[in-house]
Ligand binder design. Structure first.
Ligand code: 15L
Length: 277
């Protein structure tokens, strides 16, 4: 269970926000945090959502069901879309959740007049860039598996709905959001839970975003990513992986330069089989 140690950012109030994927790892983190910024937090998932918080509406909705997804977006001010597969999986699992699901979500936004989506994309959209390179949000995608490929599709879907229907999205290429960084790669990719909240709130409230891609990382000293093109989001991370560096470097003193997970930004995902074998 995430222990919130930050005060909510003041002066932000929505009537109703929708959080999809609320039963997932980051969904659980954001559920209690986002509830502080709205009169009603509508939460959805395909998994059991547990006990309701006082200002919550809970709905079990498979996003591959277009009609249910359309109803899910009725009367919401904005969506934080975490729903779907969040790690490497066989295509049969990725297709309904992350491809059909994302199209249904954007169609539902268009039908219901929802104008802002915060889309949980992933660093696995660009996982095959080397760790030795610093990239910004203009590089060509280099997905490291079916999961990363589906997130690249989601980002393209966001771009289409901005260009044709004026629905704004901030696509968050989330690095590694855990209570603490777990290995040397995460010294660069770590996103603390408090910074995740800051990133999502900034993405919901920035005045004009069009479709913006931003990397989800804390204020780490060593980085793979450059967020200067996304300054207009106003995301100001306050945490850093630096306090964990000495412990993680002592645990993993030698980096195997022949190990793909040490070479590429996507880490172990670049060799994870997408076929479930
Ligand atoms: C992700 O996209 C995953 O959802 C998460 O479980 C982490 O493994 C993360 O990427 C990462 O790259 O560390």
């Amino acid at each position: 269970m995430d222990v919130m140690n930050s005060q909510p950012i003041s002066g932000i109030r929505f009537k109703r926000l929708l959080l999809t994927g609320a039963a997932g790892a980051l969904g659980k983190v954001l559920r209690s945090r986002l509830a502080r910024y709205c009169d009603v937090l509508r939460v959805s998932d395909i998994a059991e959502l547990g006990e309701a918080l006082p200002n919550e509406e809970r709905l079990l909705v498979p996003l591959e069901d277009a009609a249910l997804t359309s109803a899910l977006l009725a009367d919401v001010d904005a969506v934080v879309h975490l729903g779907g597969v969040s790690t490497e999986k066989p295509w049969a699992a990725v297709l309904p959740a992350n491809i059909e699901g994302v199209v249904n979500l954007y169609e539902a936004a268009r039908i219901n007049g929802v104008k802002r989506i915060v889309f949980a994309s992933s660093n696995h959209v660009i996982g095959f860039y080397p760790q030795a390179e610093t990239i910004d949000n203009t590089v060509m995608p280099k997905p490291d598996g079916f999961y990363g490929l589906s997130k690249a599709f989601g980002e393209n879907c966001a771009q289409l709905y901005w260009d044709r229907w004026g629905i704004e999205t901030v696509s968050l290429r989330i690095g590694s959001s855990f209570p603490e960084p777990k290995d040397r790669r995460m010294l660069s990719t770590w996103l603390s839970y408090a910074d995740l909240e800051r990133l999502v709130v900034a993405s919901l409230t920035a005045p004009q975003v069009g479709h913006t891609v931003i990397y989800g990382m804390s204020n780490n000293r060593t980085v793979f990513w450059d967020n200067r093109n996304a300054r207009h989001i106003g995301y100001a991370p306050l945490d850093s992986s630096e306090p964990f560096r000495s412990t993680l470097e002592a645990k993993q003193p030698v980096i195997d330069r022949d190990d793909p997970s040490a070479i590429y930004q996507g880490g172990a995902f670049v060799t994870a089989t997408p076929h479930g074998q």
